[in-house]
Design a protein around this ligand. Structure first.
Ligand code: ADP
Ligand code: MG
Length: 266
């Protein structure tokens, strides 16, 4: 098949024991995409991201990475192409920030036991990009939620992969850290051509940063497209089954969403 897609998902179904979670998923992700995965809680976002990362294996269908079945890659080879930040990442207790970031280098010193000079400089560079140099010698449990998340992003940067998969990277963070993290990811996407796939709950943020949106509902793709096409009143209402206010941002032309307060005159 002739396609420029870096990842192709074909007729994918997935079940946990007896519960079917994803049905008939077909998706093509282009090299250099910034893809936002949107959908209500339980719609299958984390499951889909784990399948694309090679952590879960689909019951039916196929995921192709560069036209080759994902199952054909060995774990170390895959870890040099795809990095993944899970929704609930917790490294061990008492580990220092620079050691967490160094974990991103493991695929490269798999058969050496110890890091070399390049691993050390990539780790330092990643901490610089994520703006956490000053935290290098702190232990991870001493950090705020936002600082921790920056450390995990730095770990992914040190892994030097062409695809980054992030499961709700900014949920629960304050606005400063949200913007800081999204800007770092955006920069990697635009300057280093890193393909980004991120699940997100904040529709405004997704409209601001993503080039393409995939909307999931109950394990199926409801629609795919650029934010302007996908983020219409009808589609969001049907995906999330709720009322809200939608308008256009005067400064950027992007859609903006607001929850409706009890004061609403609807
Ligand atoms: P989302 O990330 O969109 O909230 P998930 O992929 O986490 O959705 O979950 C989709 C569905 O799969 C949910 O109904 C959830 O309860 C179920 N699920 C998730 N993980 C497991 C698991 N390990 N075992 C069984 N069911 C699971
Ligand atoms: Mg999830």
């Amino acid at each position: 098949m002739h396609t420029s897609a870096i990842i192709q998902i074909e007729n994918l179904d997935f079940s946990y024991k007896h519960t079917t979670v994803l049905t008939s998923i077909n998706l093509e992700i282009e090299q250099g995409d910034f893809l936002g995965l949107i959908g209500p809680n339980g719609s299958g976002k984390s499951t889909l991201l784990k399948i694309i990362s090679g952590i879960l294996t689909p019951a039916k269908g196929e995921v192709l990475l560069k036209q080759k079945a994902l199952s054909q890659f060995d774990k170390q080879e895959l870890a040099k192409i795809i990095s993944f930040l899970p929704q609930d990442y917790h490294p061990f207790h008492d580990i220092k920030v620079h050691q967490v970031v160094m974990l991103g280098r493991i695929p490269y010193f798999y058969d050496r036991f110890f890091e070399n000079q390049q691993d050390i400089s990539e780790t330092q560079m990643a901490m610089k990009i994520a703006e956490i140099d000053h935290l290098s010698d702190r232990t991870i449990q001493e950090l705020s939620g936002g600082e921790k998340q920056l450390v995990y992003i730095a770990k992914l940067i040190a892994q030097k992969t062409e695809i980054m998969i992030l499961d709700e990277p900014t949920t629960f963070l304050d606005i400063k850290h949200v913007i800081q993290i999204m800007n770092i990811i955006k920069k990697l996407n635009s300057e280093e051509s890193v393909t980004v796939i991120a699940s997100m709950h904040d529709l405004n943020l997704a409209a601001m940063y993503c080039k393409k949106i995939v909307m999931l509902k109950k394990g199926s793709v409801l629609c795919t497209g650029i934010p302007k096409e996908v983020f219409t009143y009808e589609r969001i209402k049907s995906a999330f089954d709720t009322e809200f206010y939608i308008d256009e941002n005067d400064l950027t032309g992007e859609p903006i969403f607001l929850p409706l307060s009890p004061k609403s005159r609807l």
